[in-house]
Design a protein around this ligand. Structure first.
Ligand code: F3S
Length: 390
């Protein structure tokens, strides 16, 4: 790869060990994927924050990098394995909490903003259209490329950290305009009425076209919450890191020849597949993490009610702070529902604690089943609140 004078000095260790190691990671990645050069990034989102996934080896790597590593661009974190303040109430063990805190300390020492959310775009990590960024977390990557018009590959934890400490990423994949064109035209012939409907669309498209970039037509309107749900689902079930949606997303694409139709029956198949026969003992909302609008809606639905089942609402701590200020938290917690800030139902160590998860997220169904061996129910927010309170 062609390196600038500054990049050459970085890889020679003139800016310290963490930068040297980071440049080694980035150039190795670039060589593998045929990048000719590095490109500057304006923002980073790091995944691999839960001690549950990192383990001792991951923690040691972070502590080593934190000895002299400092972020060069705005960097935020994906969810951790626990609510950093309220972990006891959510049933996390003190042993796990101690190790998770060490992970967060290492990131904080490097200057990473320790907000721990998979929706960094809701809490101020919002670069401008067209910028190159290095984000990990598949749903946020898809949202960034598709909805915000940013350019990022789907980074792994170490490569995202390396980008944070250098401000660089290898220029290949979705950083190149020619790789951002749609490959399949997806014509939707059904009406989408709710957040789970967009999740069902992601399930159907993802299962049919894998990681090819689609141009989706036939969607009349879409809220940010619906797009967030689609991004999470399409990336989970197909692996694509980007889509175009006619009249809704900002990027331009040529119209591909390959064509696919999605009918109501395809959405119905998604709903059937994601609904098991099971008694629900955990209701979880906020995959990806809730927007402020969703919190406002949950508060109004829970007003004056009591939940009879364990109910988690997953969100970023800054959104929770606004909910506190507006009195939404009082209503929600007054009902007996619990906030899970900084974490979620998939990255927290919940295996064995619950059996049946009800959620409005197709992605949460996938990880609930895969990571925590839950059976799942997939339904809209209004029905989830009914399920919790009746
Ligand atoms: Fe976020 Fe956890 Fe879902 S990281 S996208 S809430 S699985």
């Amino acid at each position: 790869m062609k390196l600038s004078k500054e990049e050459q000095e970085m890889i020679e260790g003139k800016q310290g060990n963490a930068v040297k190691k980071s440049m080694e990671i980035l150039t190795a990645l670039g060589e593998i994927f045929g990048a000719e050069e590095l490109v500057d990034v304006s923002s980073v989102q790091i995944a691999g924050v839960s001690y549950h996934n990192l383990g001792e080896a991951g923690l040691e790597f972070l502590e080593e990098m934190a000895k002299d590593g400092k972020t060069k661009v705005l960097t935020t974190l994906n969810p951790a394995g626990m609510d950093l303040e309220n972990w006891k109430a959510l049933g996390i063990s003190p042993e796990f909490a101690k190790q998770q805190e060490l992970v967060i300390e290492a990131f904080a020492k490097m200057g990473v903003i320790t907000t721990c959310t998979c929706t960094p775009y809701f809490i101020g990590n919002t670069p401008h259209y067209g910028e190159h960024i290095a984000w990990a977390e598949s749903s946020a990557v898809c949202y960034a490329n598709s909805v915000l018009g940013l350019k990022t590959n789907r980074e792994g934890g170490p490569s995202a950290l390396a980008s944070a400490l250098t401000g660089k990423t290898p220029k290949f994949g979705l950083h190149l305009e020619e790789n951002r064109q749609a490959k399949v035209l997806v014509e939707l012939n059904a009406e989408l009425k709710s957040v789970p409907d967009f999740g069902a669309l992601g399930w159907a498209v993802g299962n049919k076209i894998g990681n090819k970039i689609p141009l989706i037509t036939g969607v009349k309107k879409a809220s940010i919450e619906e797009l967030k749900s689609l991004c999470a689902s399409i990336a989970t079930y197909g692996g694509t890191a980007m889509f175009h949606m006619e009249g809704i997303t900002p990027s331009k694409t040529t119209v591909p020849e390959e064509k696919l139709e999605i009918e109501e029956a395809d959405l119905e198949e998604a709903r059937k597949t994601l609904n098991d026969e099971i008694e629900i003992d955990l209701i979880a909302i906020g995959c990806p993490h809730c927007s402020l609008g969703e919190i406002q809606k949950i508060a109004s639905l829970l007003e004056g009610k009591k939940v009879k089942k364990e109910m988690w609402i997953c969100l970023a701590r800054p959104i929770k702070k606004i909910a506190d200020q507006m009195g939404y938290s009082k209503t929600i917690e007054g009902s007996g529902a619990k906030f899970a800030c900084d974490t979620c139902m998939a990255v927290a160590p919940l295996k064995g604690r619950f059996k049946g998860l009800a959620t409005d997220s197709a992605k949460a169904c996938f990880y609930g089943r895969g990571k925590n061996s839950f059976k799942t129910k997939f339904m809209p927010l209004e029905e989830l609140v009914k399920e919790a309170t009746e």
